[in-house]
Design a protein around this ligand. Structure first.
Ligand SMILES: Cc1cc2nc3c(=O)[nH]c(=O)nc-3n(C[C@H](O)[C@H](O)[C@H](O)COP(=O)(O)OP(=O)(O)OC[C@H]3O[C@@H](n4cnc5c(N)ncnc54)[C@H](O)[C@@H]3O)c2cc1C
Length: 392
């Protein structure tokens, strides 16, 4: 007969939120088992921030998160602030720096963050098992987790399996399946912080611009993001485009201000009597290849002294509000996060526990709370993991 192992808390997912939660539970004297199907912990943390882990943002507040209930994340964010994760990093002698706009990165490597989490878990007596496939979860008095390494029982079960983006790293939709199994509503998941794919027509015209990046402002509905936009072979990437993807719904146009902070109409008007062609003037503001391709598609480039006031105004308008209708995004394969997830109405904002299923907790990216680019997603993983860690 196979023996059944009993723990106070089982956490499925040894990523950012799962390990922080495990350390907190262990510190409270709970016996904790962390299970992960991957061969090692924290694959996403390791590659995050280009290997330097942008692990928090000094500006982390509810305004930086996309969720059906924008208030849900406030409580957890208030109880575990950027200062708290920085204090933990300092305790582990991790050198960090602020890159821009509050983004905090490791000076050396994201590996240090994983070492920190590993040490915190060890000190708290947490048991970790890797390469374990969960076949079934059931609840009677306690939770029973059937795996290819045996059956485990616990009073509390924490789901910290993240979202399905970057499947190559072991990401899965497992957490959402567990939520559905227990009758919890799920906000439809979708890839976010992901490059856009142009329509076939735009791809034909702009693919030759691959590699060119511009300082621009990308708007999607009421949200506007200033930053660089990178042309790829298939569409648009770069921080400003990735940010916009978090708020984008299929069929919606992006509006791109190609010259944010510059009054191009004033510049065009000042050159009103010049024989210079528009494409040459724009080559002073953009890479030449872009100026030419954009002019070919959007306007008739002729000498400015042959251009009417109406045409100048129209050109300025197009430069400040270039409308692009993407065909879609590159999808989960390259999405930094998954938006949507377990509906926050189903969870306590104080504990992350499912209201309908006592003892079942959801933390991190699997919850319908998705941060903008810049350290906000890892901060949500810490904050939600910490919240559940006080109660599970
Ligand atoms: C390329 C890239 C770069 C990123 N850079 C940043 C950044 O710099 N800053 C930032 O804030 N965010 C960044 N993110 C996002 C951030 O990594 C995630 O939002 C964060 O790791 C989510 O934490 P989590 O604990 O919810 O899930 P994860 O950290 O993804 O951990 C989930 C764990 O669950 C395990 N798991 C999944 N399915 C199962 C299953 N069926 N059974 C058992 N275990 C399972 C996985 O193996 C994994 O170990 C980046 C993401 C990517 C893909």
């Amino acid at each position: 007969m196979t023996s059944i192992k009993q723990k106070d808390v089982i956490i499925i997912g040894a990523g950012a939120s799962g390990l922080l939660c495990a350390a907190e539970c262990g510190r409270r004297g709970r016996s904790v088992l962390v299970l992960d199907h991957a061969p090692r912990a924290g694959s996403k943390v390791l590659i995050s921030g280009g290997g330097r882990c942008n692990f928090t943002n000094l500006n982390a507040d509810a305004g930086r998160y996309c969720s059906r209930n924008p208030h849900f994340c406030k409580s957890a964010l208030a109880r575990f602030t950027p200062r708290d994760i920085l204090a933990l990093a300092e305790k582990h002698h991790i050198a960090y720096y602020e890159k821009e706009a509050g983004q905090i990165f490791c000076v050396t490597s994201s590996r240090e963050i994983m070492t920190m989490l590993g040490q915190e878990c060890r000190r708290a007596g947490v048991e970790e098992r890797f390469g374990v496939k969960v076949a079934d979860i059931a609840k009677a008095e306690a939770f029973s987790v059937t795996t290819d390494a045996g059956v485990f029982r616990s009073d509390a079960l924490v789901i910290a399996t993240g979202g399905p983006s970057y499947p190559d790293l072991g990401a899965s939709g497992f957490g959402l399946d567990v939520a559905r199994q227990f009758g919890l509503a799920v906000v439809p998941p979708r890839p976010a912080l992901v490059p856009f794919v142009f329509s076939a027509r735009d791809q034909k015209v702009f693919h030759e611009l691959a590699g060119i990046s511009l300082d621009a402002a990308v708007s999607c509905g009421a949200k506007r993001f200033r930053g660089s936009v990178l042309f790829t072979h298939r569409g648009l990437s770069g921080p400003a485009a990735l940010q916009a993807s978090l708020y984008w719904t299929p069929g919606e146009p992006l509006v791109i201000d190609l010259l944010p902070g510059t009054d191009i109409l004033e510049i065009l008007t000042a050159k009103r009597r010049s024989r210079m062609e528009l494409r040459n003037l724009l080559s002073g503001h953009f890479p030449k290849r872009f100026a030419e391709a954009w002019c070919d598609q959007m306007v008739t480039s002729k000498p400015l002294d042959q251009t009417s006031d109406r045409e100048l105004k129209e050109t300025a308008l197009r430069l400040h509000a270039w409308k692009v209708l993407p065909k879609g995004t590159e999808g989960y394969a390259t999405a930094e996060v998954t938006a949507g997830g377990v509906d926050t109405d189903e969870l306590s904002s104080k504990t992350m526990e499912a209201k309908k299923v006592p003892g079942l907790y959801f933390i991190g990216e699997v919850v319908d709370v998705t941060g903008e680019l810049g350290g906000y997603n890892l901060h949500w993983a810490w904050a939600s993991g910490f919240a559940a860690g006080q109660y599970a």
